[in-house]
Design a protein around this ligand. Structure first.
Ligand code: GDP
Length: 332
């Protein structure tokens, strides 16, 4: 008779070894386990993650890329990824896509958006899962980052659209945050929130080609001036504004140089490690919060008491504060 438990351990070991050897099929399988809602899958995924984490000796660099739909994120990632691959770097592309919970689709679901990159053996592309809430999606992205690093990827690019809290979530899991913009359209028109500019380590005016070059240069000057008025960042890094044409591959090399300068500075002044440790702490706190919330709301006593209290509220027989207190006491 086959011992299921032994088979499981063997499969787990194989999967871990394959991931550490850079096998992308195993990497995808592990990420699927992480994204699974089944408890047994999550348990297995956690074991894999723990093993990978302890065996991984490599420090990758994690870059967040944001901008409104249509600004050229995937075209830019295609250009940057191809450039990095030529430098013999291994690049993983992940996505945090809060819209997927609504559309059940994914911004990276259509892989044809990065035609060359998907065929590149140095590049791994993983579309984001259709999650229900952003907290979950971003937590899974964090775990996916660790798995990609274990599989030997040097550079992790994380794409997100500027919807809801997605930029903030991505900002909290990367070392370097890059904002893509277009010349000639106001921030409001581009859906750019003020806070995003403050988070950016680099602003890139994309589509600087053809008739658009002078408008892009103009935008570059305006943004450089605006940025000089912002307070100095904790990293001591001074964000730059660069123009770029992703379709013509113009500006990509300069942008990579800038990214390298950032890492040189922040590794030297200690910010890189400090930031990563802070991110780990926040990740832990978020995980605890999510877990407590899940446990609380899934408890049948809570569900019943919420219904009871809503009925009492409708009849003006209690106050919101008193109702909340009763629900919390009952649910725990
Ligand atoms: P995303 O929604 O931000 O991922 O944007 P896409 O990468 O899908 O690009 C949206 C459109 O802009 C596509 O038609 C691209 O071909 C075009 N595009 C992207 N980058 C450039 C660029 O540098 N120059 C020009 N002229 N068009 C670009």
């Amino acid at each position: 008779m086959v011992n299921i438990s032994n088979t499981r351990t063997l499969n787990q070991k194989n999967l871990i070894n394959n991931i550490l050897n850079g096998d992308t099929v195993s990497l995808s399988r592990a990420i699927t386990l992480i994204e699974s809602k089944k408890n047994s899958d999550r348990k297995l995924a956690n074991n894999i993650l723990k093993e990978c984490l302890s065996k991984n000796k490599k420090t990758s660099i994690r870059i967040g890329i944001t901008g409104v739909p249509g600004v050229g994120k995937s075209t830019f990632i295609e250009a940057l990824g191809t450039y990095l691959s030529k430098l013999e770097k291994k690049v993983a592309v992940l996505a945090v896509d809060p819209s997927s919970s609504i559309t059940r689709g994914s911004i990276l679901g259509d892989k044809t958006r990065m035609k060359n990159l998907v065929k590149d053996p140095n590049v791994y592309i993983r579309p984001s899962p259709a999650g229900n809430e952003l907290g979950g999606v971003s937590n899974k992205t964090r775990e996916s980052i660790i798995l990609c690093e274990s599989a030997g990827y040097d550079i992790i690019l994380i794409e997100t659209v500027g919807v809801g809290q997605s930029e903030t979530s991505v900002y909290e899991m990367v070392d370097y945050f890059l904002l893509l913009k277009l010349a000639g359209a106001g921030d409001e028109l581009q859906g750019i929130k003020r806070g995003i500019i403050e988070m950016a380590d680099s602003i890139i005016i994309n589509k600087s080609d053809g008739d658009n070059i002078s408008a892009a240069n103009q935008a570059q000057s305006e943004f450089s001036l605006a940025l000089s008025l912002y307070p100095v960042k904790l990293s001591k890094w001074k964000p730059k504004v660069t123009t770029c044409s992703s379709i013509n591959n113009n500006g990509i090399e300069e942008i990579w140089e800038d990214i390298r300068d950032y890492f040189k500075l922040t590794k030297k002044n200690g910010y890189f490690l400090k930031n990563r440790n802070n991110q780990k702490k926040n990740w832990l706190m978020q995980t605890i919060n999510n877990r407590i919330q899940d446990d609380f709301y899934n408890d049948s006593k809570t569900v019943i008491e919420i219904d009871n209290q809503i009925e009492l509220l409708k009849k003006n027989k209690t106050t919101v504060l008193a109702a909340a207190e009763k629900i919390i006491k009952n649910g725990t």
